[in-house]
Every structure is written in structure tokens, then in C-alpha cells.
Design a protein around this ligand. Structure first.
Ligand SMILES: [Zn+2]
Length: 351
């Protein structure tokens, strides 16, 4: 048995008990009723990082919940890994869907977890993963196996949009300097398939409002003679993709990195069943940009989607109204090198 497996075997019960203690604290960042619990969790994380062998651990104030920072620098010439995680959790609602209380962790065997898994709010997002890194650190410092410098940045606002994180990063450039950022807060292909996420798509958002006549009109009197904002809006939306589902906004693809054939071949090796995908969504066919596979369309390619559309009469039956305005919410998923501000400008000038 490898040394790391021996260490895990010898300390397994303590590891699990410590994680369960962490999971019992309801660190719900979205609800002010849990403010003290969120702050207490930061204290526990600080304590655990110290015990894992960090030389310096601080609870850093931010405009919102604090960020716990820890570090162990063994040699400035060696590379530095920055581990990111978060100690806050989503609210436990809807409570009736829980088999056991969200903050009373239980270990259960299920079909998906035949060897047993911990069920509690935050167990897999992100206290469990964050704790895995803390314990890896403990193993390496205890056994003298640490091969590089390690920094931890554990925040308490991930579930509410990481509002203070940008501020913190801007104000602590030197403290956070690193060669690699390690995050375990993304998805896995399957329980038994370790997966590395190398990037996630960003977002650009616009809301479009089309206004026409100064009031709602009767289509019997004005229809055909005055521009109908809904007709105009839907025409405009339809023109945003061509017949191959490419986005037509000029300059939209300018910065998009085209992956090499070799990289795309590597991607295609990830286990994926198009049949299961369609079945899970109850669709008979997939849809998207010509020339790309489903897994490429939802990862390495940017998108443009309408997420909401409204205007005119929406009650029961008919009302022959020619509305004075119509609106839509449009978002773009962006890939590496595309800047949200730039895309916003391109969209705005095109529309
Ligand atoms: Zn998370």
C-alpha cells in the first residue's frame, strides 16, 4: 500500500469526524440569520489550516464575509500552488426534500454511492473538496513530502456571487502570487471518472427593449401600418444566428481560440453518450453550431441565447393589441480571450 493510502487508512475516522463537524455549521451566506455561523466557519477553517501545517494563516477582512488565507512557503525558487475553495453553502431549502436534516450529516450507502457517502449541505460543494486539500496538505507536511509552496484562499461568498473576491484579489496581488491555481468546485464526468476542468465559460448580458407607438394600438385599425415592436424584436432575434447556427454579430468570434484537431481529439475521448444525453432531456435531436460536437458546443464555443421575452397580451384568449413595446433578455456564454465588455459593445452596436 502506498504511503498516502496508509496515512488515510490510519487517520480516516478523524478525517471524517472533522469534516462532519465542519458540515454541522450552517454557513449559509445568502441568509443574514446565519451571519454568526458563517463567521464561525471561517474560524474553524483557520484552525484547520494551522493544524495542517500552514506557517501563516489569517482571516482577512473584506467588504463582505472574510477570506481565510493560509500559506506554507518552503522555497521561494519552487513553484507555488494556490488552492481556492469556499466555506459558505447554499440555503437548505426546500427542506421537505431532505431525507435527513441538512446540517446533521449522515453517512449512507446508495445506488450511486455503494461504499457510502456523507449527506449534508455543503458535503460536495464545497466543504468536502476544500477539506480534501487541507488534509492533503496535512499529509505532506506531516510526512515531509511537500514538493512546492502552497497557498490557500478560502472564501465565504461563493454562493452569493463572490462579491468581495475581485476586491480581495486586486488588493492582494503579491500575497496571492502563484504559478498554478487549484480549484475543486466543478463537475465530474462520473463518480468513477476523475475529471480535470481546464476552463469555464464566462457571461455577457444585455436586455433589449424595442419601443414603437406611444400607446398600445388596435390591430384592426393600425395593424400593417405601424411597426409592431414584437415583430421587430423577434425578427432581430432571429437574425442573430445564421442557418448554420453561427452567431452573426460582427466581430463576435474575433478573439475565440480555435482548438487544434489534436486537442479536439483528446476532448472526444471523454466518455459521453449522445443517446443518454437526449434521453435524459427528452429530446429527439441535439441542436447547435455546425461543425462542432455537443461537448464542443457546450464548452469551447461561445453562445448567444434569449433567456426571457415579453410584450403584448399574455392573458387567456385573444386580444388584438399592437403593443407599444417588447423586451428580451440576451446572454452570451464566452470562451477564453473574449472579454464581456467588448462583447457587450459589439452586441449593442449590432442590435
Ligand atoms: Zn461551490
Amino acid at each position: 500500500m502506498s504511503d498516502i493510502k496508509k496515512y488515510i487508512e490510519a487517520n480516516k475516522d478523524r478525517f471524517i469526524n472533522e469534516l462532519i463537524e465542519l458540515l454541522k455549521i450552517p454557513s449559509v451566506s445568502a441568509d443574514p440569520a446565519y451571519t454568526q455561523d458563517v463567521l464561525n466557519t471561517a474560524e474553524v477553517v483557520k484552525d484547520r489550516l494551522e493544524k495542517a501545517g500552514c506557517d501563516l494563516v489569517e482571516i482577512c477582512d473584506t467588504p463582505g464575509y472574510p477570506i481565510v488565507y493560509g500559506e506554507k512557503i518552503i522555497d521561494k525558487k519552487l513553484p507555488t500552488i494556490l488552492v481556492y475553495g469556499h466555506y459558505d453553502v447554499q440555503p437548505a431549502d426546500p427542506l421537505e426534500l431532505w431525507d435527513s436534516p441538512a446540517f446533521e450529516p449522515v453517512i449512507k450507502k446508495t445506488e450511486l454511492h455503494p461504499e457510502g457517502a456523507i449527506f449534508a449541505r455543503g458535503a460536495c460543494d464545497d466543504k468536502g473538496q476544500m477539506y480534501m486539500h487541507v488534509k492533503a496538505m496535512e499529509y505532506m507536511t506531516t510526512t515531509g513530502n511537500l514538493p512546492c509552496n502552497v497557498k490557500f484562499m478560502i472564501e465565504g461568498e461563493e454562493e452569493v456571487g463572490s462579491e468581495s473576491l475581485g476586491w480581495f484579489v486586486k488588493n492582494h496581488h503579491e500575497k496571492l502570487a502563484n504559478d498554478i491555481i487549484l480549484i475543486s468546485d466543478t463537475g465530474m464526468i462520473a463518480n468513477d471518472i476523475p475529471s480535470i476542468t481546464t476552463g469555464l465559460r464566462g457571461l455577457s448580458y444585455v436586455e433589449v427593449e424595442v419601443t414603437g407607438p406611444n400607446r398600445d394600438l388596435h390591430s384592426g385599425l393600425y395593424g400593417g401600418a405601424v411597426a409592431n415592436p414584437i415583430n421587430i424584436l423577434t425578427k432581430m432575434i432571429a437574425s442573430l444566428h445564421d442557418e448554420n447556427n453561427h452567431i452573426t454579430v460582427p466581430g463576435f468570434y474575433e478573439k475565440v481560440e480555435e482548438l487544434s484537431r489534436a486537442e479536439r481529439d483528446e476532448m472526444a475521448k471523454a466518455p459521453f453518450s449522445l443517446e443518454n444525453y437526449k434521453e435524459a432531456l427528452d429530446i429527439s435531436a441535439v441542436y447547435g453550431e455546425e461543425g462542432y460536437t455537443t461537448n464542443e458546443r457546450n464548452s469551447i464555443r461561445p453562445t448567444l441565447d434569449i433567456n426571457g421575452i415579453w410584450g403584448g397580451y399574455q392573458g387567456k384568449g385573444t386580444k388584438t393589441v399592437l403593443p407599444s413595446e417588447a423586451s428580451a433578455k440576451v446572454t452570451c456564454r464566452l470562451v477564453a480571450n473574449q472579454k464581456p465588455g467588448k462583447i457587450y459593445t459589439l452586441l449593442k452596436s449590432h442590435i
